[in-house]
Design a protein around this ligand. Structure first.
Ligand SMILES: Nc1ncnc2c1ncn2[C@@H]1O[C@H](COP(=O)(O)OP(=O)(O)OP(=O)(O)O)[C@@H](O)[C@H]1O
Ligand SMILES: [Mg+2]
Length: 242
């Protein structure tokens, strides 16, 4: 379970994220939806230890990991799939997998499941066909799969997904949605940030709308699927979906 309380963060003294409370139980997806600049990446970077919060706490299964450096947070079981994938241009798929493989410490029973390169390739067979290809030779969808593979190889308890379907064709968007659902069903707590309510509604147990770094709506996925009015209003979408 990932639990954020009063999380506050920003840049150069300016606050972007204003006291966010949010929890993601194991085995569920919590989607944070917000427009460009709402603070979604700031949120996941703060949870992942790439930025230090100015206030608030990040807890993983009750353990306070607030302000710890990124490598320790990753070691504790929080995996990040960054916006824009960030794969290495010059490394092959195989090299990415080898370098990202971080088995849990012996006796660590907190992981929903343990991932190896072989198991990741079973889940993402397309990567298996591209094992010798370098990052620059992969399509956007393949790069996204590789970014996901890297995070899984830390055998995470929590996955932070920053716009995992950005720029992908609809068929790949559906594949990623299905993967997110599969990974949550395995017991991973998934925090998904997205500008698109449609996608978030499809797979989330809970949704939070983030507007200028503040929560402006929280509702269940079930309620959002039954009636999108409140969500659309919070995102100031018109009836035509503009
Ligand atoms: N490195 C930075 N230095 C200063 N300000 C930043 C930095 N990164 C982001 N910001 C500002 O913080 C605010 C939130 O940015 P953030 O990247 O978290 O938004 P986002 O919701 O992820 O947007 P997008 O949908 O475009 O990815 C924006 O006003 C942005 O200009
Ligand atoms: Mg972003």
């Amino acid at each position: 379970m990932l639990e954020l309380t009063g999380l506050t963060a920003g840049y150069h003294g300016g606050t972007v994220l204003h006291g966010l409370d949010l929890s993601v139980p194991a085995g569920t997806v919590h989607a944070v939806v917000g427009h460009n600049g709402a603070g979604k990446t700031t949120l996941v970077h703060t949870v992942a230890g790439l930025m230090r919060p100015s206030a608030g706490t990040v807890r993983l299964d009750g353990r306070d990991v607030t302000g710890q450096p990124a490598h320790r947070i990753a070691r504790a079981g929080i995996g990040l799939v960054p916006q824009g994938r960030r794969v290495f241009a010059g490394l092959t798929v195989d090299e990415h997998l080898r370098l990202s493989h971080r088995p849990p410490r012996r006796g660590d029973t907190t992981r929903p499941s343990v991932w190896t390169p072989a198991r990741v390739l079973e889940l993402l067979p397309r990567l298996g066909e591209r094992r010798g290809n370098r990052g620059t030779d992969l399509s956007g969808g393949e790069q996204q799969m590789l970014a996901l593979a890297r995070a899984l190889l830390g055998s995470p308890r929590v996955l932070l997904l920053d716009e995992p379907t950005e720029g992908l064709a609809p068929v790949l968007v559906r594949q990623i949605d299905a993967l997110v659902t599969t990974l949550a069903a395995e017991g991973i707590a998934v925090l998904l940030v997205s500008p698109s309510p449609a996608r978030a509604v499809a797979c989330a147990r809970t949704l939070t709308v983030l507007t200028s770094g503040r929560m402006t709506l929280r509702l269940s996925g079930e309620d959002a699927r039954a009636d999108a009015t409140a969500l659309d209003a919070a995102l100031e979408l018109t009836a035509t979906g503009a």
